[in-house]
Write a protein that binds this ligand. Sequence first.
Ligand SMILES: NC(=O)c1ccc[n+]([C@@H]2O[C@H](COP(=O)([O-])OP(=O)(O)OC[C@H]3O[C@@H](n4cnc5c(N)ncnc54)[C@H](O)[C@@H]3O)[C@@H](O)[C@H]2O)c1
Length: 283
Amino acid sequence: MQVFQGKVAVVTGAASGIGLGMTEALASRGMKVVMADVEEAALMKEAERLTRANFEVDPQLADVSSYASVERLAAAATARFGKVHVLCNNAGVSGGGGKPIWAQSQADWDWVMGVNFWGVLNGVRAFVPGMIAHGEEGHVVNTSSILGLVTGAGSAYGVSKHAVTRLTEGLYFDLKAANAKIGATVLCPGMIATNIITSARNRPETLKDESEGDAARNQIIAAMDARFKAEGMAPREVGEKVAEAIASDQFYILTHADNMEGVKRRFEDIHNLRSPSAPPPLI
Ligand SMILES: NC(=O)c1ccc[n+]([C@@H]2O[C@H](COP(=O)([O-])OP(=O)(O)OC[C@H]3O[C@@H](n4cnc5c(N)ncnc54)[C@H](O)[C@@H]3O)[C@@H](O)[C@H]2O)c1
């Protein structure tokens, strides 16, 4: 999709980090952006800031893990702006790491898969039929992770992100088979300076983790959060990469070139029928 001016984007997880970076990059190219998020205060604050800067944005509270909520978001976007051209299924949470697969709780799996995997699938199901039906050019961007391409220790997060990568590859083929004028991109970021490490701030009461509030765990989270913010790439830079990928119809985005080493290692292992070797440090 080459013309952005006057077109409409929906970005989930738009109140913070990469989603906010995408919102800024797309709005600065003249798009109207529906900003969807569960974190109401941050959403309203950022939407007001962008409105004051003369961008056309529409904040919408939506929980991507619920299909009914995403369906309401699609209805609200269409009611406000008519057609949706760009859909960024970006909302995601970090969770379930640091424990073996079998020790991650049902609540860990339900929360992480609910937002990271079902959130993306809900977006595709609720928006893509309408995007195909209006017949104009468009694009779907799904946020995976470098952890959705490489191998490594078990974590609900890594599993959810591999699912997003494969879902988006499937979407690419399905859109081509349908002759839709809609491109697809899977965004696989490395370390970005966002609030991802403190994702539990939005964890629903019904899916709480029993180790939450544990002092040792809180210390690790605080140190990781500081490191991501100090060493991570600026979210707006990721937003620019996404806008460029939409314009050039690029499928895979890796934000950090050196992360490709882990991808190569995984496919070399598969090619040589070797057991998985540990990926090089990614962050
Ligand atoms: N930051 C990184 O280093 C990194 C690396 C790889 C992938 N990612 C992915 O990037 C995406 C964006 O994360 P970020 O790093 O900007 O983190 P972030 O926490 O700064 O932003 C994520 C946003 O998603 C929102 N959100 C959480 N649950 C939601 C739900 N159920 N419905 C709607 N919105 C919800 C949060 O409120 C927040 O505003 C995620 O999918 C994440 O997995 C991040």
